[in-house]
Design a binder for this molecule. Structure first.
Ligand code: NAP
Length: 240
């Protein structure tokens, strides 16, 4: 089977399925220079769009494909939906549930990174951008001073004023509170990556900071969605 990876869930799924004796190939985009170890076989790099993935499917003949990419990896998900449908290979989308605001949260939902960039200057003047290295370019034109955090150096162009911190999470709440205080952040921008509520959101709640939360792109139509690694294991190993 093929797992389209790059997430914690994809690693967990590869481990669970490998432990059951299934042959798992995990595909990584190759964005991070030191990816975490994955059970089974790993292939790295883009397929070359939908047609490249179609070629890969016909030469490797996986029995199923699990799209366990990040909720914002819309291009890969779209290509998987088209290529798997054309090849007749069963495909499931593993999508961790999104976040829900709780008491004390000052969240404002926005439809896209561009919408967040258009809004940020109205909300604050010192922004913490936790939008992935590929998402920062949308903020190139903002007036706010921006603290950018990403695993790999962010793609240009960058905001006119700010600082870049390279780090890989997870980040504890205490450290996040300290970070937001140290840089006098007055607005947090993040994508609705989902999963356990993470440190920066709890820190923003603690400090009563506004948060612009970017909504996820919709999953490709017609592809079944499961919300957990357990459910994905059940889908792969059970009757379909
Ligand atoms: P994307 O916009 O959907 O993908 C861009 C291109 O990267 C795809 O068209 C594909 O290239 C290649 N690609 C993406 N995922 C791949 C995979 N698992 N295996 C092989 N090729 C892949 O995705 P992205 O936002 O750039 O994210 C890239 C990868 O990083 C994803 O696998 C995702 O799970 C992981 N990741 C992303 C984020 C994020 O913030 N978006 C966060 C954590 C992890 P071709 O067209 O050449 O096939």
């Amino acid at each position: 089977m093929l797992v389209l990876g790059g997430t914690t869930e994809a690693r967990a799924l590869a481990a669970r399925l490998s432990a059951r004796g299934l042959q798992v190939v995990t595909s990584l985009a190759g964005r991070t220079s030191a990816p975490l170890e994955v059970e089974g076989t790993v292939r790295v790099g883009g397929f070359g769009g939908t047609s490249g993935l179609s070629t890969w499917l016909s030469s490797s003949s996986p029995g199923v494909v699990v799209d366990a990419t990040h909720p914002f990896a819309a291009r890969m998900s779209g290509a998987a939906a088209v290529a798997c449908a054309a090849a007749g290979v069963p495909l499931v989308r593993l999508l961790r549930p999104g976040w829900t605001a709780g008491p004390g949260d000052r969240w404002e939902r926005v439809a896209s990174l561009d919408a967040a960039a258009a809004r940020v200057d109205a909300v604050g003047s010192r922004a913490f951008l936790a939008v992935g290295g590929g998402g920062v370019a949308a903020f190139a034109g903002v007036r706010a001073w921006c603290l950018v955090r990403s695993i790999e150096p962010p793609d240009a162009p960058l905001p006119a004023a700010g600082e870049v911190v390279l780090a890989r999470g997870p980040f504890g709440v205490g450290d996040e509170v300290a970070l937001l205080r140290r840089w006098a952040i007055d607005v947090v921008v993040c994508r609705d990556s989902g999963g356990p509520l993470d440190g920066k959101l709890t820190a923003a709640r603690t400090l009563e900071l506004p948060v612009l939360v970017v909504d996820r792109p919709p999953p490709p139509p017609g592809v079944p969605v499961v919300g957990s690694v357990d459910a994905a294991v059940g889908w792969v190993t059970g009757p379909r």
